[in-house]
Each structure stands twice: as structure tokens, then as C-alpha cells.
Write a protein that binds this ligand. Structure first.
Ligand SMILES: C[S@@+](CC[C@H](N)C(=O)[O-])C[C@H]1O[C@@H](n2cnc3c(N)ncnc32)[C@H](O)[C@@H]1O
Length: 151
């Protein structure tokens, strides 16, 4: 997949010098090796994916099994970070980056609401992702509207 700007796209002048410091808490395993293979948005009817939480964060999973749906935040590590406007293939005209859910953004943070299928130790099985295999994980939150399984 080419990263070259398309007609109608504009690029910001930025050095990204004011980057926040984030820490990756895990890694996402999905069936998709290339960006072009991924769905545009995940679906809870999609394939099972694995969420590996790094060992130092395992205790932070305590209680998560109560929730049926989670919000995952992940870092789109292959995305450009300097596009002001973008012309995605599914649109008929360019649009501003902040009017899109494209992974190309100054801080390429993606979110998906996923169905929690199960937890084993620090490995979660979920449905609803849309990212390349190996995409770094930033955070896990119980979905605001999700029903608790029990307790
Ligand atoms: C449109 S984004 C939506 C992401 C998220 N669900 C959201 O709405 O914030 C999903 C697309 O990002 C691209 N993508 C997937 N993994 C990526 C990665 N690690 N780095 C950059 N782009 C990625 C794929 O083209 C995929 O179809």
C-alpha cells in the first residue's frame, strides 16, 4: 500500500517534537498481514483475534472477565502522521483528517469496540478488530455501555 499523497491531499509541516510518551502494553494478533487486507472497521462478527498483554501488566486485567465488550486503543504504527486532508478510496472528495477515522493522523491512535470471548492468563480472545497483525496495544477499557456478565 503506497503512502504517497494522493491528489487533493495536503501535508502538515511538523517535526512531531512534542510527542507524548506512551507505553505499549501489549500486541494484537490478527489474521491480516497487510493494511490492505484489513476490514475498514472491525465487526463483532469478524474473526477471533488475540490480545497479548505484556507480563508486567497482567495484574491490571483483574476483573476484566466480567465485561462482555471492551474498548481497545491501539497504535497504528504504519500510518503517516502528517496529512491534513485525505482522499480515501471510498470517498468522492478529500476531507480533513479530523473528519475521518483514517489511521493517518498526528497521533495514530485507533479505537475499536470488541466482544470479549475469553481470557486465559494475559491472553485475551476478542472479535471486532481491524488492524495488521502485530499492531501495538495502548489501552484496554471496559465498554461504557457493556453489560457485566456477573458480579
Ligand atoms: C479506518 S482504520 C479504523 C481503526 C479504528 N477502528 C478506528 O476507527 O479508530 C482501519 C484501517 O487502518 C489500516 N491499518 C490497520 N492496521 C494498521 C497499522 N498497524 N498501521 C497503519 N494502518 C493500519 C487498515 O487499512 C485498516 O483497514
Amino acid at each position: 500500500m503506497s503512502d504517497a499523497p494522493r491528489p487533493g491531499e495536503a501535508i502538515a509541516e511538523t517535526s512531531l517534537a512534542e510527542d507524548a510518551r506512551l507505553t505499549f502494553i501489549g500486541r494484537l494478533s490478527t489474521p491480516w498481514r497487510e493494511r490492505g487486507d484489513c476490514p475498514r472497521q472491525g465487526s463483532v462478527d469478524g474473526p477471533e483475534c488475540r490480545v497479548e498483554v505484556f507480563p508486567r501488566w497482567q495484574a491490571a486485567l483483574d476483573g476484566l472477565e466480567r465485561f462482555e465488550e471492551l474498548e481497545l486503543l491501539y497504535w497504528m504504527d504504519q500510518a503517516r502522521r502528517d496529512l491534513l486532508t485525505q482522499f480515501p478510496a471510498h470517498l468522492s472528495a478529500p476531507r480533513g483528517t479530523f473528519a475521518l477515522r483514517s489511521p493517518a493522523r498526528p497521533n495514530p491512535i485507533a479505537t475499536s469496540r470488541v466482544r470479549l470471548i475469553g481470557i486465559s492468563g494475559r491472553m485475551l480472545t476478542v472479535r471486532g478488530l481491524d488492524c495488521v497483525d502485530g499492531t501495538p496495544l495502548l489501552d484496554i477499557k471496559p465498554d461504557r455501555c457493556a453489560f457485566m456478565r456477573r458480579g
